[in-house]
Design a binder for this molecule. Structure first.
Ligand code: NDP
Length: 703
């Protein structure tokens, strides 16, 4: 094999930099030109100042230089027919003909094709009349997906939340013709994770590339406006091999066959923008070229000679089996502050030469020795690792070396793959409550009465009011009788104890609960002791507490019991794990520790006097935090892969409920985490109901 091939790459962004980078590794390629290229590409190729849509100029250049192969990056060049022109002139070029590019350039063409050949996608209709489109959209449910039928540089898709947004978008696309004269495709709204599946395609031959996932929104947590892509990674854990095989055969190969049958065979890259919906994998869109920023994470993994692959596809001969490295890659896009809106150019970027990972330039410029920003998306740093977490840690460590005031980047690339799953206490408690409801119905038939819960609230503490209302509401939902007794803030201890006594003796009452905290004139301990053990559904009575510690039958306190149930229902095994409990109250911290110990976890307890709390929490495979103070545990205090149970209930600056743990930071490292609200709280209430039913049963069976 001789290293004598001359290649021209058309385009200039990060995607082309990755293509040029891959070509530069080919044992056959002697020289690469890139039109127009960019400051990064210039290190590997000779940049030629010809626009990517100047077909005549590019053709002339290729002929003059004796180029062996031209590779086209951007869709704009394909849709103006660069491939048709080069082929007509007898030049070898990698990319689809103008007719085949319609799979991307015309949304309606793609939709009709998918319909005709049974390729799974969202249901749709297309319109050129504003009124008809609006009537159709208004009669359907929201959100609605509206797509301008033509090239709109990634901006032609609107997800309208309501009729007003839909009308504004349709007006802009069909009446104001913001993107030019065209039609609008209205699609069903699908849900699920999106991912990208690219393949080299030559007629019916499809050579799949590794799957990847882009991040379209500008800011962390998928917030902010849509962009051209803020980062990507390979090795998606949520797509099974079965999903991948389905997408390859039923989507990419099916589309390749369909295009042959339609007389416009593909010969280039087919990009499937896919979604894993509850009804299976579906196509969101097809593109007729390499994706950006996906190419920057996918091509570094190619071991085969890319020149050979491009040539084979361009010549219509088999390319053999492509070899890909087993590692995964993760890339973060550095963008100009303000992007995708207004931003400044010309800021100096320092430290890029120190970065020990691939740097693909997107919008940069060199002025002498200085590297300057020259676009919205400026560069992408891509690292490889044995897994996604390793690749992510590497990228962010390398990014520390880059300094430029004018740049920003997302800090949560691959969050779909790495973020802790939510331990959904709300969902688990709902199924517990539904099961209890059924059980209560049967008990009523058997014993002739329903379990009944008496709830006492003293004073008007707003938080207590909310808790009590929730408890009473849930008791009603479960089908129990509930009695709410409200006592004045200044009620005497004696009066409260008397009320408890009456309830103790009432045969129709199975459970008694006094909402804590109590006003200062009342001794909480005396109140807790006053409730007879059999009716103590909170599990706070000294005999219940003693029995819990002695490992004898008892009423287990609701919150600790709920935490353990949530852990069990989530399939988390505690044996041999290190559990750290922060907080040592009698109603949460201590009983939780005892229950964890009973499950053979190694338990460490921390509290307000614990020195260097971080060094303790970092040991935790399971971290339970019950303090009652916001951000007692921050993301850096969580061991990667830990299970985090946040018990605390606090209010943030906006008055919204929040826990003790910095949820966003912790979730980036945790394998699983409870949200607040929606985690431990609903479990506590469900356990209260369960304890009341148990207490009812015990009393009935005693009779
Ligand atoms: P307590 O106030 O009785 O106990 C708080 C614990 O936190 C104490 O052990 C205290 O230590 C410890 N602590 C305080 N500051 C720190 C610190 N900086 N670092 C480490 N530990 C600290 O609270 P509870 O156990 O009753 O409740 C804790 C939280 O859980 C509250 O927000 C409460 O609202 C919530 N909660 C939620 C429930 C639910 O169902 N979701 C149910 C019950 C409670 P020390 O002992 O040294 O003072």
């Amino acid at each position: 094999m001789t290293k004598d091939r001359k290649v021209l790459v058309v385009g200039g962004g990060g995607r082309c930099h990755a293509i040029v980078d891959a070509l530069s590794r080919s044992p056959q390629v002697a020289k690469i030109w890139c039109a127009p290229g960019n400051a990064g590409i210039a290190a590997l190729a000779e940049c030629v100042p010809v626009k990517d849509t100047d077909v005549a100029g590019l053709l002339k250049f290729a002929q003059e230089q004796g180029i062996d192969l031209t590779v086209v990056g951007p869709e704009a060049a394909l849709s103006v027919g660069i491939v048709d022109a080069f082929r007509a002139a007898g030049l070898k070029i990698f990319g689809h003909t103008r007719a085949a590019t319609r799979i991307e350039s015309s949304k309606e063409f793609a939709k009709v094709l998918m319909d005709k050949y049974g390729i799974p996608t969202a249901g749709y209709r297309s319109f050129d009349d504003f009124r008809e489109a609006l009537d159709y959209v208004s009669a359907r449910s929201f959100p609605a997906v509206l797509k301008y039928d033509g090239l709109a540089a990634g901006k032609g898709v609107v997800i309208a939340a309501d009729a007003a947004e839909a009308e504004a978008a349709l007006r802009s696309m069909l009446l104001d013709e913001s993107f030019g004269k065209g039609r609008v495709v209205v699609e069903d709204y699908l849900t699920g994770p999106e991912f990208s599946f690219m393949a080299f395609v030559d007629g019916e031959r499809v050579y799949p590339m590794p799957l990847s996932q882009d991040h379209k929104r500008a800011f962390d947590g998928d917030k902010g406006p849509n962009t051209g892509g803020m980062g990507a990674y390979t090795g998606l854990p949520f797509i099974t091999e079965e999903d991948r095989a389905f997408a390859q055969t039923q989507i990419l190969e099916a589309a390749a066959k369909a295009m042959c049958a339609e007389g416009c065979p593909l010969s280039g890259v087919l990009y499937g923008g896919l979604m894993k919906t509850p009804d299976g994998i579906k196509v969101i869109e097809f593109n007729a070229r390499f994706g950006d920023p996906e190419t920057e994470v996918v091509l570094p993994l190619l071991e085969s000679d890319i020149y050979e692959v491009f040539s084979a596809v361009a010549e219509g001969r088999p390319a053999g089996t492509l070899r890909w490295r087993k590692a995964v890659t993760l890339g973060v896009v550095l963008a100009s502050k303000g992007y995708p809106g207004q931003y400044d150019k010309g800021a100096e970027i320092l430290g890029v030469e120190k970065v020990g990972a691939k740097v693909y330039h997107m919008g940069t410029k060199r002025e002498g020795d200085r590297l300057l920003t020259a676009g919205g998306r400026v560069m992408m740093v891509v690292a490889e690792g044995k897994d996604i977490r390793a690749a992510r840690e590497k990228v962010y460590a390398e990014l520390e070396k880059v300094s430029c005031e004018a740049l920003f980047w997302r800090r949560d690339i691959a969050h779909w793959a790495l973020d802790g799953r939510l331990l959904d206490g709300k969902a688990v408690s709902t199924s517990i409550k539904d099961a209890l409801r059924e059980r209560v119905g049967k008990l009523e038939i058997k014993y002739g009465r329903k379990p009944s819960l008496a709830v006492i609230i003293v004073g008007s503490n707003p938080a207590s009011q909310v808790y009590v209302r929730n408890k009473v509401k849930t008791a009603i939902y479960v089908g129990m009788n509930s009695r709410l007794i409200t006592m004045a803030e200044d009620v005497s201890e004696e009066a409260l104890l008397k009320m408890i006594d009456t309830l103790n003796l009432d045969p129709e009452v199975d459970g008694i609960l006094v909402q804590l905290p109590l006003p200062p004139q009342i001794d909480e301990a005396r109140v807790i002791d006053a409730i007879v053990r059999e009716k103590d559904v909170d599990g706070f009575h000294p005999l219940n507490v003693a029995n819990l510690w002695l490992g004898r039958p008892c009423t287990v306190p609701c919150t600790p019991k709920g935490i353990l149930r949530l852990i069990d229902e989530s399939g988390i095994d505690l044996a041999g794990k290190t559990a750290v409990v922060v907080g040592r109250s009698n109603i949460v911290g201590k009983p939780v520790a005892k229950l964890l110990l009973d499950r053979n976890a190694t338990v460490v307890m921390a509290h307000s006097r614990t020195k260097d709390l971080k060094s303790v929490t970092l040991q935790a495979d399971v971290l339970v935090v019950a303090v009652g103070r916001k951000n007692v545990v921050t993301g850096d205090m969580v061991k990667p892969g830990a299970v985090v149970i946040d018990v605390g209930v606090n209010r943030d600056e906006d008055g919204k409920l929040c826990g003790d743990v910095d949820f966003v930071g912790a979730r980036l490292r945790a394998a699983a985490i409870t949200p607040v609200p929606g985690g431990v709280g609903p479990m506590t209430i469900a356990m209260l109901m369960e304890n009341t039913v148990e207490s009812f049963l015990a009393r009935m069976e005693e009779k």
